[in-house]
Design a protein around this ligand. Sequence first.
Ligand SMILES: [Zn+2]
Length: 45
Amino acid sequence: MARYELYDEDGTPTNDWCPECEETFLANHEDRRHCGRCGYSETVE
Ligand SMILES: [Zn+2]
């Protein structure tokens, strides 16, 4: 299982679990987070 971008540069976990899958991390983008598994996305405030 590939490990990708789970942590920020300083080692802080920045990804949250997808509320739909509950077993997939949301991928961080500039203004939103996206689940590559189910397509769930949310705006980052
Ligand atoms: Zn998902």
